[in-house]
Write a protein that binds this ligand. Structure first.
Ligand SMILES: Nc1ncnc2c1ncn2[C@@H]1O[C@H](COP(=O)(O)OP(=O)(O)OP(=O)(O)O)[C@@H](O)[C@H]1O
Ligand SMILES: [Mg+2]
Length: 304
């Protein structure tokens, strides 16, 4: 079973535990309730982790099968056994091994992760500069201690609920500029290490372990002055010609399994037409079918 499937099952178990299944989901929940693609659910069903409770033309209702529940319970007790490690510092040495260049950003983030008290960091700049990759790498190293959120999608559970339930040490927020007003207001308070009071239910959250926030955003103009003020803002600028060539060669050879020669050919041919690494990745993926030049011509014709 894939590790990512285990995560899906854990999410589904959390969903089921938070609901009254007998009342609300007598005929099972559907993909819309859990926000997973039907194809994913159908695969989990085929593998025996889900049970199909109901099926009509317009609704397929699932619930976790006994096997699914057992797996989640097993993983949770394993997690409890390893939780003693969660107070240890996050291993920062080999943290950004897959990111080429950006030495300043690496140094800054490593220092922030090791610092005794929080310094929040915002990576800002144009697309395809590895901003999200930095967040991914931190998430990978921090494991359960970090929560990853995408600004445009945080409204579902609400930032306040997510943080009070999971008490992370690190909050990773991608697309910060797209976060809704309620979550942004909660974030402002959390970043000051403060107590967060939720007026509606009168519940409050004390952030015991000092929360560190690492965020990414394309635009700064959308952010309020008070939010910007809470971050050390690291502006990344578009790759220079030299950087672009180095990054493309590295990414294509290591992640797209191209020979260094072809990676180099793609980097050279794209230079002058684009400095977007994603263009190079697209060319790399079509080059086996079309050849490098033809792939570039076809792809770069597509207007943006
Ligand atoms: N310096 C780099 N090292 C390794 N990979 C890179 C680097 N720069 C860009 N990439 C690659 O480019 C792609 C885009 O990176 P990523 O998604 O992190 O960009 P981003 O800055 O978050 O962009 P956006 O603002 O559009 O979200 C990824 O496949 C990533 O691997
Ligand atoms: Mg990104």
């Amino acid at each position: 079973m894939k590790e990512s499937d285990m995560e899906l099952l854990a999410e589904l178990a959390k969903f089921e535990n938070s609901r009254d299944m007998e009342k609300e989901f007598k005929i099972g929940w559907s993909w819309r309730h859990v926000r997973l693609w039907p194809a994913t659910l159908s695969r989990l069903f085929k593998d025996g982790y889900l049970e199909m409770v109901f099926r009509s033309n317009s609704y397929t209702g699932y619930r976790l099968s006994e096997l699914g529940q057992k797996l989640v319970a097993g993983a949770e007790s394993e997690e409890e056994a390893t939780q003693s490690t969660s107070d240890e510092p996050i291993p920062a040495d080999d943290l950004f091994g897959d990111i080429i260049g950006h030495d300043d950003v690496k140094d800054l983030l490593r220092a922030c992760l090791l610092a005794e008290k929080p310094v929040h960091v915002l990576l800002a700049g144009p697309p395809a500069l590895a901003k999200s990759l930095f967040l991914w790498d931190i998430e990978r190293a921090a494991g359960e201690r970090a929560i990853w959120l995408v600004g445009s999608a945080t409204s579902k559970a609400g930032l306040w609920d997510i943080v009070s339930e999971r008490e992370p040490q690190i909050l990773l927020i991608d697309e910060l500029d797209k976060m809704n007003a309620a979550d942004t207001a909660a974030l402002l308070s959390m970043m000051e290490g403060g107590r967060l009071v939720r007026a509606k239910r009168g519940r409050e959250l004390n952030l015991h372990n000092q929360l560190r926030v690492v965020a990414a955003s394309n635009r700064l103009s959308m952010l309020s002055p008070e939010l910007k003020s809470r971050f050390a803002i690291k502006m990344l600028s578009a790759y220079s010609r030299e950087d672009f060539l180095t990054v493309v060669r590295g990414v294509l050879a290591s992640r797209e399994d191209l020979s260094p020669e072809i990676a180099d050919e793609i980097a050279q041919q794209l230079d002058g037409r684009t400095h977007d690494v994603r263009d190079a990745i697209r060319v790399a993926r079509l080059a086996p079918q079309l050849g490098v030049s033809r792939a570039i011509n076809l792809l770069m014709e597509v207007s943006r």
